[in-house]
Design a protein around this ligand. Structure first.
Ligand code: ZN
Length: 291
């Protein structure tokens, strides 16, 4: 697919809300920027897709941070999605890898391990709401659903998938959330369950095969009529800048900055996108003056 997108809509005359995120390029860019192993690509790709989907209900400058803090080899996986369809993220141990769980099956749950999912919503008002749930499987979609159901009491189903080819590149990545709205009847819920159960071969396979977001949506929904309420572009995008990183350098303190000046230069790297910023002696001296 040409462009990553986020689509929001309804089925069953508004009795169900769905969100579709197409994230092929987003996951591939994260892999390239961070030099991720296949299992790290799948984990971060899934988490970034989940963050984009959860950010679909936010507004303006609001954002949501998902932290997977597990005891597996990846150690931690962090993604931040915002209301504009931008997402960024990183893996604490980007090269960690595990043997496949089965033919073509990356062991994301094993790589994440046991621990917690921490969800923080940063709202327009400046308030930050944080909720924590224990990880169910570390496979990410189940963990996010567990959060939605326990913390927000919204009956939900979520599919997240990233297909990583043997040459390591991302062939397809997407996520699909289906939520029961108030007033839905037993029959509506049965139809929703059938939609989720009917996704054969996984959503990443469908994403790899589809030419457009609509084609992917239709292969998920089958014959079910749908309405699209919103459509926005999505993609990997970081908010870092040299100014922000100089603020981070300033927090090191006078002694450390003086040492960097003695070294003749400094390099600061953004965790979220791996962008490198070089600081000259003159720039470091300016930072030192402000400390
Ligand atoms: Zn950055």
């Amino acid at each position: 697919m040409r462009q990553d997108q986020l689509l929001v809509g309804t089925i069953l005359d508004g009795m169900a809300r769905w969100v579709l995120a197409v994230t092929n390029s987003t996951a591939e860019e994260a892999r390239k920027r961070h030099g991720l192993s296949p299992v790290a690509t799948a984990a971060l790709g899934r988490l970034m897709t989940g963050a984009l989907i959860m950010a679909s209900s936010l507004k303006g400058e609001e954002n949501i941070t998902l932290r997977l803090l597990g005891d597996g080899p990846l150690k931690g996986v962090i993604a931040v999605g915002d209301a504009r369809g931008r997402v960024r993220g990183y893996v604490q141990e980007p090269w960690a890898d595990l043997p496949l769980k089965g033919p073509g099956k990356l062991d994301v749950g094993g790589a994440v391990g046991r621990g917690d999912l921490v969800v923080s919503r940063s709202l327009h008002s400046g308030e930050v709401y944080t909720g924590t749930v224990p990880l169910v499987s570390g496979e990410i979609a189940e963990d996010i659903v567990h959060y939605l159901v326990t913390s927000e009491q919204i009956p939900s189903a979520l599919l997240l998938g990233v297909r990583v080819e043997t040459d390591c590149h991302v062939a397809g990545a997407a996520g699909f959330l289906l939520q029961v709205m108030p007033g839905a009847e037993e029959n509506d819920i049965q139809i929703m369950e059938n939609i989720i159960a009917g996704v054969k071969g996984g959503i990443s396979e469908l994403a790899a095969r589809s030419e457009t977001s609509e084609e992917l949506l239709e292969s998920l929904l089958g014959q079910q009529p749908y309405r699209i309420l919103e459509r926005r572009e999505a993609g990997f995008s970081c908010i870092c800048s040299k100014e922000r990183l100089s603020g981070t350098l300033a927090t090191l303190g006078k002694k450390e900055i003086a040492e960097l000046i003695a070294d003749g230069k400094a390099e600061a790297v953004c965790h979220f996108c791996n962008e490198r910023y070089l600081f000259s002696v003159e720039e470091l001296e300016q930072i030192l003056e402000q400390v």
